[in-house]
Structure formats: C-alpha cells, structure tokens
Write a protein that binds this ligand. Structure first.
Ligand SMILES: Nc1ncnc2c1ncn2[C@@H]1O[C@H](COP(=O)(O)OP(=O)(O)OP(=O)(O)O)[C@@H](O)[C@H]1O
Ligand SMILES: [Mg+2]
Length: 283
C-alpha cells in the first residue's frame, strides 16, 4: 500500500516537473497536430491565474500563468482584469501551440455555490472559450493525484482548504482564513517591512532559512487547523498542495504538528490547475 502511494506521488511529480519545464516558455512538450483537440484547465486563484493544456490522454502539453489581484478569497472581484489576463494567456499559448484552444474547464473552492460557478464560467467564456464544466478545486487536485481515500490540504494565497475523500467522494470540506498572505503579514510585521518587500523576501530562496524561522508559527497554525478539522485522525494519506507550501522545511514542520506524516508534491501550486484540465471533456 505504501509502495503504491509512493509510486503515484512519483508519477505526479514527473508530470509536475514536465509542466514546470514548459510553463510560460516558448516550446510545448511535443508538437501538436494541426487538428488535434486539446484539454484546457483554468485556475482563477487569489494570487495567480494558471492555464494548463493537456492532450486527450491527459499528458502535459503546455501551460502558462500570470500573477493577478483580480480574485480575492477564491472569488472573482475584478471581472474585466481576469478576462484580460486570460485572453493574454490564451493568445500566448495558441502562438506556441499553433492551434486554437476552443474549450476549457474551470473550478471553484468547495461550498462557494452556484453564483461563483457562474462568474467563473462567464470569465472563461468572455475570454473566448466554451466552458464545458466547473469542478471544485480539491476534487480536481485529487483526480490528478489519484487520491481515492485521503485528505487534500490546499494552502493558497488566503486560506487553508481541507478536503476529505472516501471512495473518491468528497465527504468533508472546510476553508479557514490562514494562507500565504498571513505568512507575508507576519514577516512584514517582524521586520517592519512593506508587504511587497516581505512578499519578495518570502519567495527568495537565498533568505529561506531566516524567513522560515519567522513564519514557522503560521505553518504550525495551518497544521493545527488541519488536525482539529479532522479530529486528530486525518484520513490517510494527507497530501498538501498550493503555492504557500514552497519551503524546504514546510512539510516536516507541518507533519510534526499534525502528528502524522503529510506529503508534498513538487511544484504544489500546479496540482489543482492540472487536475482541472483533466475535466475538459464532453460530459
Ligand atoms: N516560492 C514561494 N515561496 C513561498 N511562498 C510562495 C512561493 N510562491 C508562491 N508562494 C505563495 O503562495 C501563495 C499562492 O499560492 P497559490 O498559487 O496556490 O494560490 P492561488 O490558487 O492563487 O490562491 P487561492 O487558492 O487561495 O485562491 C501566495 O501567498 C504566494 O505568496
Ligand atoms: Mg488555489
């Protein structure tokens, strides 16, 4: 069982590394046939908009992203900005791929309702796609990670989202307001820095050891939230994704407070977007 889990994570890591190699570049993983139909996933996040292009066998073809401020707490707050970013991403990907991207799939945080699904659909369609489906973010992540039973913890810009899966079904969700933004706040407060300075320092590998020492309590808080939400007995395996976990010491610190080992895929910010693209097919 443990071997099987490791094999699946290794498989996911291979695809994530492949994605990281082509993202925002000028070459796809392989040439695209002139009439080939591709799958597109769009993740409208609070800190970036990510687009993923897969082939019909769910193999990575291409991807790109832009940072944005058009979405807050998982909800689109600036419709026009989101549409413009997505139009640019679509145009740039089509130039690299030499084909037109026609369909796409989007996602929303669980429990945010029909209203936000409608807004995400409208952004995707205004950018020139036919939106075939809106899925919920953890379900997309779980699909890419092949999680049948387990806990997916998604730590993005603003929140820690916890989703429990049993028999591929989402059985419990919660979203608590502690995310990457809170790490930046703590770092800025500690050094009396502007937020922009703290955000830059947070992502600077050269400063990672000093940064992590300051933000460690925020990571422990994230793990405490996860432990409490899952009554101290999280469904195994626990997989943590999202951009905010990009620290070498993150997963050990998180696991220690959680009281059980958690797993971190490579390039955790791309897990959900790739999963979203896997849903871009005819229902
Ligand atoms: N290299 C890095 N080191 C540390 N933190 C990072 C790094 N890269 C991104 N982040 C942080 O990750 C967070 C964004 O993560 P992610 O891209 O998963 O969010 P999102 O999907 O846009 O947001 P959300 O899921 O909350 O809507 C931000 O707080 C950002 O500062
Ligand atoms: Mg996200």
């Amino acid at each position: 069982m443990l071997k099987q889990k490791q094999k699946l994570l290794a498989q996911a890591n291979q695809q994530l590394q492949q994605f990281a190699q082509v993202v925002n570049g000028d070459q796809p993983v392989r040439p695209v046939k002139p009439n080939e139909t591709l799958r597109v996933g769009i993740d409208l996040g609070t800190s970036s908009i990510v687009m993923v292009v897969l082939d019909q066998q769910d193999q990575i073809i291409y991807g790109n992203f832009e940072y944005d401020q058009a979405v807050r707490d998982g909800l689109v707050v600036n419709f026009i900005d989101s549409v413009h970013i997505l139009e640019r991403l679509k145009q740039q990907a089509e130039t690299v791929l030499g084909v037109t991207l026609t369909t796409a799939c989007g996602a929303i945080p669980p429990g945010t309702g029909a209203g936000s699904a409608k807004i995400v659909t409208n952004v995707i369609e205004a950018a020139g796609f036919v939106c075939r489906r809106i899925v919920d973010e953890p379900t997309a992540a779980a699909r890419f990670l092949h999680v049948k039973n387990g806990t997916v913890v998604d730590i993005g810009g603003g929140t820690t989202g916890i989703s429990v899966f049993k028999g591929r079904k989402l059985t419990q969700v919660s979203d608590e307001p502690t995310g990457g933004l809170h790490m930046t706040l703590v770092l800025a407060g500690h050094h009396h820095w502007e937020m922009a300075t703290a955000e830059k320092a947070k992502r600077d590998e050269a400063q990672e050891a000093d940064v992590f020492a300051v933000i460690r309590p925020v990571v422990e808080k994230m793990a405490t939230i996860t432990r409490q939400t899952t009554q101290g007995k999280p469904q195994q395996p626990v997989i943590v994704v999202g951009g905010a976990i990009n620290f070498k010491e993150f997963i050990d610190t998180f696991s220690q407070t959680l009281g059980t080992p958690a797993h971190k895929p490579d390039y955790p910010q791309f897990v959900t977007p790739i999963g979203i693209a896997m849903y871009d097919y005819d229902a």
